[in-house]
Design a protein around this ligand. Structure first.
Ligand code: NCD
Length: 343
């Protein structure tokens, strides 16, 4: 794909070479993401971060990634604080904001909402999650994490068993991740969910048509057996019409230390797009796993920075000039020593 000036709306836009490009640039961003070096390559640029659904890490990591490139971020969160609450259309909002900034990130509760917004502007728009649709940058950072954790390149993942667990029907992260993994050499994909929350048929077919093996099961012990990567998800309660319907499924798949030791392959890495639901009765990944090296969730969130920096650099065409303004940072940065650290 042509990155320069493009919207990033869906994993459908990517082929394997594009993934290599993003990861090559992301690797170069690591010293900046880890605050060992600083760059001002995007000094003078402005990002609008428009989040119309709850978010902590996606919104902050887009803003931090942009700031680490030297750009400035403006934000709005929640419909109630935007002019959409006064009846303004997505089109008008998009056109107006495009006049103010160089790039936009948007999260919207409706599938296709970010795409509709992007149609009204030539300023690049990055999808930060559109309802149950897609979350392409999350999938890129997930695959970046898998590659780093397993120590195998994107071209060397063939035969890896990846289990996705939980609300696969509504989870946009697993939708984008399934599309992205479909670009790899044949994998063993296992979709672990109650029948009502299984992966949409179209995505199962897409994986099969790319030569992957796909198994669907309701059983956690069966689903995680021999998996190299276990990607768990939260029940997406905001996508259900009634909260009681979501409650029915909450806690169906809780992994704690005992479950891990009994059913998971030793060394299997545990991922989650986060937030994990830490309420009693949910706990997709129990806090008693926190001391396990295999719990990669915080290294996964850290990886959001270099990957999002890479996307901004590519879309704005500065990927070859990042190092020109580079220098060592002059402020306190804590040493990295814990199991959840980047390195
Ligand atoms: C996810 C999302 O918003 O889709 N979070 C994230 O962006 N990392 C997953 C979720 O909310 O469960």
């Amino acid at each position: 794909m042509e990155f320069l000036g493009s919207h990033i709306l869906s994993i459908d836009q990517f082929d394997r070479d594009d993934v290599h490009t993003v990861f090559r640039v992301a690797d170069e961003m690591e010293p900046y993401a880890q605050r060992r070096r600083r760059t001002r390559v995007l000094e003078g640029t402005v990002l609008a971060n428009l989040f119309f659904e709850p978010s902590t890490r996606t919104r902050i990591s887009f803003g931090a990634a942009f700031s680490r490139l030297g750009g400035h971020t403006l934000e709005t969160t929640g419909f109630q604080f935007s002019s959409m609450a006064k009846g303004e259309s997505l089109y008008d909002t998009a056109r107006v904001v495009a006049g103010y900034v160089d790039v936009l990130v948007m999260r919207h509760p409706v599938e296709g909402g970010v795409g509709e917004f992007a149609e009204a502007t030539h300023v690049p728009v990055i999808n930060g999650g559109d309802g149950p649709g897609e979350h392409p940058t999350q999938a890129l950072l997930d695959l970046y994490t898998i590659r780093k954790e397993l120590g195998r390149g994107v071209d060397e993942l063939g035969g890896t068993r990846v289990a996705m667990v939980g609300d696969l029907k509504h989870g946009r992260t697993v939708h984008s991740l399934t599309k992205l993994l479909s670009l790899c050499d044949p994998l063993d994909l296992v979709f672990v969910a109650p029948d009502e929350l299984q992966m949409p048929e179209g995505l199962v077919e897409r994986a099969l048509s790319h030569g992957h093996s796909v198994r669907q099961t309701e059983s956690l012990p069966d689903g995680v057996a021999d998996a190299d990567v276990i990607y768990t998800t939260r029940v997406q309660q905001e996508r259900f019409t009634a909260l009681e319907d979501a409650d029915k499924f909450r806690g169906s798949y809780s992994i704690n230390n005992a479950v891990y030791e009994k059913f998971c392959k030793p060394g299997a890495i545990l991922l989650h797009p986060l937030p994990r639901d830490s309420r009693p009765g949910a706990r997709e990944l129990d806090e008693d796993l926190n001391q396990r090296r295999e719990l990669a969730i915080f290294r996964q969130t850290d990886n959001g920075i270099p990957v999002r920096m890479a996307l901004f650099a590519l879309v704005l065409g500065v990927q070859d000039r990042v190092h020109d303004t580079a220098e060592d940072v002059g402020w306190f940065v804590p040493p990295r020593v814990g199991i959840h650290d980047v390195v």
